[in-house]
Design a protein around this ligand. Sequence first.
Ligand SMILES: *[C@@H]1O[C@H](CO)[C@@H](O)[C@H](O)[C@H]1NC(C)=O
Ligand SMILES: *[C@@H]1O[C@H](CO)[C@@H](O)[C@H](O)[C@H]1NC(C)=O
Ligand SMILES: *[C@@H]1O[C@H](CO)[C@@H](O)[C@H](O)[C@H]1NC(C)=O
Ligand SMILES: *[C@@H]1O[C@H](CO)[C@@H](O)[C@H](O)[C@H]1NC(C)=O
Ligand SMILES: *[C@@H]1O[C@H](CO)[C@@H](O)[C@H](O)[C@H]1NC(C)=O
Ligand SMILES: *[C@@H]1O[C@H](CO)[C@@H](O)[C@H](O)[C@H]1NC(C)=O
Ligand SMILES: *[C@@H]1O[C@H](CO)[C@@H](O)[C@H](O)[C@H]1NC(C)=O
Ligand SMILES: *[C@@H]1O[C@H](CO)[C@@H](O)[C@H](O)[C@H]1NC(C)=O
Length: 731
Amino acid sequence: MSLASSSLCLFLFLSIFSCIKSDELQVLLTLKTALQGSNTDVLASWVSNNHVCDFTGITCNSDNFVKEIELSNQQLTGTLLFDSICQLQSLDKLSFGFNSLYGTISKELNNCTKLQYLDLGNNGFSGSFPSISSLSELRYLYLNNSGCSGVFPWASLEKMTNLISLSLGDHNFSPTPFPVEVLKLTKLNWLYLSNCSLQGPIPAEIGNLGGLISLELSANNLTGEIPTDIGKLNKLWQLELYQNRLTGQLPVGLRNLTNLQLFDVSTNFLEGNLSEVRFLTKLVSLQLFENQLSGEVPAELGQFKKLVNLSLYSNQLTGPLPKELGSWADFDFIDVSENFLTGPIPPDMCKKGTMKGLLMLQNKFTGEIPASYANCLTLERFRVSKNSLTGTVPAGIWGLPNLNIIDIELNQIEGPITKDIGNAKALAQLYAANNRLSGELPEEISEASSFVTIDLSNNQFSGKFPASIGDLKHLSTLKLQNNMFSGSIPNQTIIFFKRCSQKSKISKDVLTLIICFALGTVILLVSFACFFYLKKREKDHDPSLKEESWNMKPFRELVASEDEIIDSIKQENLIGKGGSGNVYKVMLSSGKELAVKHIWNSDTNGLKRARSTTPILGKRGGKSQEFEAEVQTLSSIRHVNVVKLNFNSKKRVLSLVDSRIPEVFKEDAVEILRIAVLCTARQPVKRPTMRIVVQMLEEADPCKLVRIVISKDGTAKKIEVKENEKINSSA
Ligand SMILES: *[C@@H]1O[C@H](CO)[C@@H](O)[C@H](O)[C@H]1NC(C)=O
Ligand SMILES: *[C@@H]1O[C@H](CO)[C@@H](O)[C@H](O)[C@H]1NC(C)=O
Ligand SMILES: *[C@@H]1O[C@H](CO)[C@@H](O)[C@H](O)[C@H]1NC(C)=O
Ligand SMILES: *[C@@H]1O[C@H](CO)[C@@H](O)[C@H](O)[C@H]1NC(C)=O
Ligand SMILES: *[C@@H]1O[C@H](CO)[C@@H](O)[C@H](O)[C@H]1NC(C)=O
Ligand SMILES: *[C@@H]1O[C@H](CO)[C@@H](O)[C@H](O)[C@H]1NC(C)=O
Ligand SMILES: *[C@@H]1O[C@H](CO)[C@@H](O)[C@H](O)[C@H]1NC(C)=O
Ligand SMILES: *[C@@H]1O[C@H](CO)[C@@H](O)[C@H](O)[C@H]1NC(C)=O
């Protein structure tokens, strides 16, 4: 009897137990169904003949109830069924961060009342967050970059007094003031509210969160001053306030943050001096760029033993940099450009052999480039342009193997470029214009095979120009004007090369070239394009014509060919000059005589000018009004025909192209000619920058030109264009 009853009890117990078990199994199998699209076999163990506690990602408590679901970063896709998940009575951790989940986060999430850890961040959810005010046991809440938007239920945070980590950043929330609910969460040590539309001031009560180790409020729209009470957060290791609209000074009290290692308040409107930073001796990274900070860089920075990254560019700092700056730790980079700093370049920033970037552009540094950097094998960027540096470039620097930019422009640096530049295999850009560099260019320059840009203009280089520079396959810009080179241009020197774009499907060996190469003290433009220009100029001495687009529109009936008119626009036919252009006498073959006014047109073929200014635009508008007015006047008085001269006739231009150039390439030649014409504008300001030229060349895409050989023998320039055998001419 007693045996029977006990076995009955056992039976009952088992059936209740397995009933609950099968509920949890059902919940998880339902969850799996909603994650069907997942391109992963992480859920392969989630099948009914396995015990739920053996499912991948599931942890059970001692009573075999599901306690944790940890499936972050598993390439999951699909939706989360919270009404189902929150039936798991013992669930205290739900972690689905870094997946590709979508759909809304439903209000049933609020039923997961035992949760201590919730991570739904870095997914593709949509809609707004539901209230989660019942989740009062939460200690870790990671919802950053979830994909949700709208208004966050800040009030839900009020009861979460156990929160240690709160991460709600990277959300396109509706703009909101700093949420006061957060200020009561005194156990927080991690607060991430960057990039989530906060606006207005940072409340002084932030000082209540004395446990904070990391505080990130960057990329919001925060205004006002950094509160002094931030100085109470003396456990802070990381403080990120960059990209806001903060004003005022670095607050007194900042000095109390002696554990700070990462400090970034860049891109704000801060002013005042760096005195408070003097005490932050454990700093590893200090980023204060793009503010209005002034005064000197505190000498103490030279003794910071852990400092590896220092970025202070675009401020108004004065005085010298500490001599021992960057000499203690594995220093990585310095950027103090665009200040008013003086004195020498600190010599020991690459002492540990780890430095990658030395950027000190646009200051008032003096003295020589320290020889120590010649050993800095890790250096990738060396930029000290626009200073007052003197002396020579220490030889080894030219040949550093990882350097991809040397920029020493606009200093008073002298001496040669040494042969070891041949070792600079990564060097793509050399900007050395406006110095006192001299000597011959070493042939070895052509071994620096990564070169894209070389600018040595306005120096005192002399001697022959290395013919082998043509070997530099990636070179697209070479500026050498205002030097003292002598001898002739190497006949094989194809100055500018660029790879053809893929679309043209021609051999990689195909080179195209161009423009604006100047040699010697005289600015001599040597290129295929300039050749055409010179040829054109033989016919046409009027500089104003070079600026024009090529299009002609008769307003009135006109019996004349474009060629007749254009050919007459030359000096000897000039009969008058006006504010807006010159007037030429044109004798047509029909015997008719015309007066043709060529109107200056300051618009340069839709060419976008970098940094174009309003006055220029205004002037353009003025010109066109002037033109219309002029047309009115001329029409009403005595000129019979008013011709608007705008050259755009392909036929006309084609006639300028060298007849030896095969027909199929003439269109390309015209494109290049257009660019050349722009490049040779009499007024330097009207010439496009090299960047624009390269851009235009890319658009012009003269890929069919295979080889152009230019010889410089008096006026007779010779051009050879060979068809690439590999081109299928129909392609
Ligand atoms: C879930 O929460 C809703 C209210 O949000 C409540 O009506 C419902 O009964 C809860 N369900 C469970 C299983 O607790
Ligand atoms: C963002 O959330 C992830 C989890 O999804 C977390 O690991 C990470 O630390 C959070 N980032 C920040 C800055 O809090
Ligand atoms: C800011 O948040 C948006 C989501 O709202 C995200 O797409 C973007 O990458 C974030 N910006 C940064 C710099 O992390
Ligand atoms: C920042 O806030 C100001 C008002 O204080 C607003 O005019 C501006 O559009 C906001 N900027 C952004 C990026 O939200
Ligand atoms: C900084 O610390 C000093 C001494 O510990 C203290 O007197 C001062 O009030 C602190 N400043 C702030 C702003 O917390
Ligand atoms: C820095 O600014 C503070 C506050 O304006 C001022 O008291 C202090 O004298 C300044 N320090 C230096 C070195 O100029
Ligand atoms: C220093 O800067 C480099 C380059 O931006 C970065 O990769 C590195 O993580 C930075 N180190 C620290 C400690 O911030
Ligand atoms: C260019 O120079 C080479 C020798 O360096 C010579 O063989 C070739 O004929 C020259 N070409 C022209 C067009 O002068």
